[in-house]
Design a binder for this molecule. Sequence first.
Ligand code: IMP
Ligand code: MG
Length: 173
Amino acid sequence: MRVLLSEQQIQNRIAELADAIEPGYRDLPFTIVGVLTGSLIFVADLVRRLEVPLRIALIQASSYRGKATSAGELHIASEILADVRGRHVLLLDDILDTGQTLKHLVQHLIGQGALSVKICVLLRKQGKQVHAVDIDFVGFEIPDEFVVGYGLDFNDEYRNLPYIGVLPKEMYE
Ligand code: IMP
Ligand code: MG
């Protein structure tokens, strides 16, 4: 698989993201909300770089991709979400593609009583966003290719790769 972002590149950028995020949350009730399953590894690495008090919560969202590489209907499973009422939320996801997932999750979290909701994505796919959503922190801008690894999957596999690679087209076409 062609490596798009190496383990070292990812770790260096996460340290920079943590430095950018920290000042805005000092002295605030701060909750990181990770979007399962893709953000799992990103959340684990980022929180260990943040030297401010915080809570970690999780929410599950899936756009029923399976072996397809374009998004389908969005399903949000929020039963596992901890109480975010009165908390400043930073929503963490692996990748911003069309924007459908994050747009709906922001509305959901505001509805749950979050005082503010900002968004941090590790990757933003260029030229793909069709849903208007403000992104506050971006790890890397990437071209429109299907990527896997470091939490990102194809048909629920490859999440465990320590780097981010481009899935060869012949594997899904
Ligand atoms: P969106 O709702 O269209 O922005 O899609 C976001 C979700 O689609 C992400 O959380 C990923 O789970 C998935 N996704 C989008 N692009 C890719 C990709 O290149 N590789 C793996 N998953 C992707
Ligand atoms: Mg995802």
